[in-house]
Design a protein around this ligand. Structure first.
Ligand code: ZN
Length: 231
């Protein structure tokens, strides 16, 4: 379909868990997918005895393997886990990547979260997309990105005020996602059973729209409008 869908997470595995099923669906439809982690998530408490540095390297390899399984690309920023802060520098760095990748769609964290990195990632992603598309903003001579849509992903850590709005049937993509997500250590070993949670959530949302699996996204309240001509 000629789209480039970028999913951005605060930590490695955030975007893959929350947006991964839709990324798999778009990859299967011929779109390019790009995953970005603003930190490597190397300070996860259960690292199975690995040092943060060892865990970081393994996590980066897993994120690359996930993107490769979907025929896409992955980027991990060099920011320490837990120390993510919005700034012009990081917003422009992400905007530059959006322009280089010719991104058309951006998926990112909902604005409220119990995790500070997630809240910061939401702000960074939003303003990076703004800068990427802003024609009057020069970023090393790169063409502005034509961003058609920006959607917030559903993440149980970002549940405060999140209301599902867009539902996507991901039934055919689900097995592709399930195989790819098992690349991650946290998917196989965490005390939080992430894959089980997101699988059950997709089944629940699927029930609501009459499919086996569905994934949801939302937009700010002020953008939730349906324009109609009559009745
Ligand atoms: Zn996270």
């Amino acid at each position: 379909m000629g789209n480039v869908v970028m999913a951005i997470g605060a930590h490695i595995i955030d975007a893959e868990l929350t947006s991964g099923m839709l990324l798999a669906k778009h990859a299967m439809a011929g779109d390019k997918i790009v995953t970005v982690a603003l930190t490597a998530g190397e300070r996860l408490s259960n690292r199975g005895g690995m040092s943060c540095e060892e865990f970081r390297e393994m996590n980066i390899a897993s994120a690359a393997a996930f993107a490769k399984a979907l025929g896409g690309e992955n980027f991990v920023f060099d920011v320490p886990d837990g120390e993510l802060f919005a700034s012009k520098e990081i917003e422009l760095k992400l905007a530059r990547l959006m322009r280089e990748q010719k991104v058309t769609h951006v998926l990112y964290h909902w604005r409220n979260s119990r995790h500070k990195d997630h809240e910061q990632a939401s702000v960074i992603s939003r303003y990076a997309a703004y800068y990427a598309a802003l024609k009057a903003m020069d970023i090393d001579g790169l063409q502005p990105a034509t961003i058609k849509r920006k959607l917030y992903a559903e993440n149980f850590e970002d549940a405060i005020g999140y209301e599902p709005f867009y539902f996507f049937d991901v039934t055919k993509a689900f097995p592709v996602w399930k195989e790819a997500i098992m690349n991650f250590y946290a998917a196989r070993n965490s005390s939080v059973r992430y894959v089980r949670y997101y699988e059950a959530l997709a089944m629940e949302h699927g029930n609501l729209i009459g499919t086996d699996y569905a994934t949801t996204f939302t937009v700010d309240e002020c953008r939730r409008r349906v324009v109609q001509e009559y009745l």
